[in-house]
Structure formats: C-alpha cells, structure tokens
Write a protein that binds this ligand. Sequence first.
Ligand code: GDP
Length: 456
Amino acid sequence: MDDTISAIATALGVGSIGVIRLSGPDSLAIADRIFTGREKPGKDNARKLLYGHILDRKGQPIDEVLAVYMPGPHSYTGEDVCEIQCHGGRQALQEILSLTYQAGARPAEPGEFTKRAFLNGRLDLAEAESVMDIINAKSRQALVAANRGHEGGLSRKVRELRKKLRDLVVQLEAAIDYPEEDIEEVTYDRAAEVLAEGQAAVARLVRQGSAGRILREGLRTAIVGRPNVGKSSLLNSLLQADRAIVSNIPGTTRDIIEEQMTIGGILLVLTDTAGLRDTEDLVEKIGVERSRAALEDAQLALVVLDGSQPLSGEDRELLRSLKDRKKLILVNKSDLPQMLDTEGLQREYGRSDVIVLSVKTGEGMEQVEQWLREFVYGEGSDSESSSMTQNARQQDLLEKALRSLEDALEGARQHLPYDCLTIDLTQTLHDLGEITGEDVPDEIIDEIFAQFCVGK
Ligand code: GDP
C-alpha cells in the first residue's frame, strides 16, 4: 500500500483520551510535520511514548499529546504506524485528524487498518474477522471465543487440513499423469484415509460452530405428545429445577408461547408452552395438529409417551410425522406398571434416543440432561469450552466444505476415477481457503472489512 491513511481510532464522543492512528509509508513524516516536543518520533525512539504538542499551521498549539512510532513490519498493519494520544474531546480529535490530512494522509475507510494487516499477511481473514467479534463481544463467553479465533484457533485447523488435502490432490494428479505406475490401490486407500480424517475434522468444526450458536441463542425445543402423557408436568418440573427463572408464576403464562430454561448448562427455548400450561382446554387443544405447529420452528422435539399404557394410534401417528426430525422419545410414568413396549421402540428409534423416566419421581431426568449435552456438544465431550463461534460466513463455508469432502470420500471408497475426486477436493480447498482468505475474491474481502468501524 503506497499511501498513508489516518483515522480516529477511539469512539467518537467525550472521553479522557482519544487516539489518532496513521499507517503507511509517510506516517513518520506526517507525525513529524504536526508534532513538536523535546524528542521527535524516529527510528531511535521507536515504540516509545513521546510527550509534546500538536501545532496548527500557524504554530498555535492545538493539544498536549503523547505520540508513538511503531515501524513496520512489526506493527498492527505491518506498515509504519504512528499513533497520537490527545485529549478525548471531539474538537481536539477532529482538528488533529484534519492536520494529518493536510500533511498528506487520506481518510481511512472502515476496517482499512485491519484490511492492511490482512493484505500484509499479519492476520488471515478468519483472524481479522475475530477482531470485530472481540470489539462486539457482549458476554464473557463471546469474548473468550472471539479471542480463540483471533489467536488463530480456526485458522490453524483449516490451514493444516488444507495442506493435507493439497498433498492428496498432488498425489492423485501424479496418479492421473502416470497411470502406468502401479499405485492405484494404495492411492485409493490412502485417499480414503486422509479424506475420512478430514471429514471428521470438518464435521467437528461444524458441530462446534452450531454448539456455539446454540450456547448463544438456545436450542429451540418443542414438547409434544397426546393429552395426559405428562407434558405439562415435565415442563413444570424442568422449570422448577431451573431456579434462575423467576418470572414464570403459574397462572400468568397463558399468553406466553415461549419459555426458557437451562438444563445441564444448555439453554432450551421451549416453543408453544402456552398450550401446555392451559390446563382447561388441554384435552381439546393439544392434539397432533397443535404439536405440528409447535414443531415447525423447533430444532428438537421431546416426544412424551405414557409408559403405563400401550402405544396408541395417535402416538404412532405423531412418531410417524416426526420421522425426519431430531427427537428424543421420553417414556414417562416409569413409577407405574409398564404397558408400553419400550424395547420395540428402542429397536425402531435407536436405543439411546428412547429414555424411560418418571416426571413424578425424577427417575431418568439425569439421562435426559446427558442426552441433551451430547446432542449439543457431540459425543464424549460435555464441555462448552470446546465450542467455537464461527461467524455465519465461516460456518457456511465449513458446511459446504463438509459436503464436498463427503462426496470425495464416497468417491474414493467406490474407486471412482481420480479426476472425480480431485474435482470435489478442489471445491473443498476453495471453500476452506475462503475461510482463511487464501482463496477469496476481492469483493468478499471488501465486503467483510466494510462491516468494520473506521479506525480499526
Ligand atoms: P399433559 O396432558 O401431557 O400435559 O399431561 P399432564 O402433565 O397434565 O399429566 C397428566 C396426568 O399424568 C396428571 O395427572 C399427572 O399428575 C400425571 N403424571 C405426569 N407424570 C407422571 C409420572 O411420571 N408418573 C405418574 N404416576 N403420573 C404422572
């Protein structure tokens, strides 16, 4: 970048100090023109705060300041940077900023300092994006996750994976170019091995990304089942267990259609709970139809059945209508003699997705917590520390990469021609490269940095 940019880096408004930042080849010369003090900023006192004044063109002092010179390439942008700390009033900041323009700088665009850091290789794209996440973080958890991104958590994984996949493409291309060399079987096996590893790694990132989103936004859950199986009892017992919720006084929730609670550290957002609380019209209202409406928006269905009765036609119809949904089947009332064929259900829907419990005695509730944790965080991990907060752009690219990786893996297992594999792999490499910015169109880069604030 051959020009020098300048901007106010602190928030506009009254503050005790304000910072004006210059970056580019003329930073030092511009600072030299407007700053006066016992020592002028230069190579000898780099990274040292110097006391002095900013003078206007007539030599009138505008403000008392501290100035610092940070030579490239070891600066935020990778270029020569000067920062001037002045008093944090609007007038002082604006006047000093205009002086930097008069002395040869041009106004920086939003995010241009960070964009230069990216273009100069100081940060990759994912790391640069997390700078904004750090600035925008509104909770401790968001800040921790943003810092993890800034330290290159995601980038490192993506780069490692890209390298392995690129090596594989090179091997496959060698096999395409020199078919007479007898390396076919080895290459398919090796390809499948590398691809399976890659697929698992990306799948993990995707899962961590959605776990991060669930941690922030909650898991939209619907409790469904025919009348009298114990849905409202379940809701009440879940709400009671969650002492943090105080606003849900019985009788006041008729109009509430959404309630929130945490179970095992996971925020559940229950949809359509008004019907569950509305005991008078319960029998009429909560049928399969109603459940369906509640389910539309839900990421998870808790299907409640009554274990003290055989499975009814209505139960079957409900389960059938939920064929393609994520669901946990709860066989309630385990304290009563059991009439329901739980084992048959487990055979049909998977042993781990059917839990026998009693809302009355509390039996089985721990299993429900454990199931939810595994559902959100993935098996073998129950810690929220593993969650990442990929932004929507990154998550989208990871999901795309996962799809093409799965295609390539399938292709390797079926011994499809090598060029079929390399086509999928090239797509994967491209999508992953867009995350770190190694393979990304200029428009996207511009779009990303345009969302930044001026001065960052
Ligand atoms: P809903 O219509 O599905 O919301 O069902 P309710 O929560 O209103 O419960 C229907 C009946 O089943 C009530 O009389 C509850 O006390 C009873 N019930 C709920 N859970 C249990 C349980 O685990 N054991 C027993 N024995 N009764 C239960």
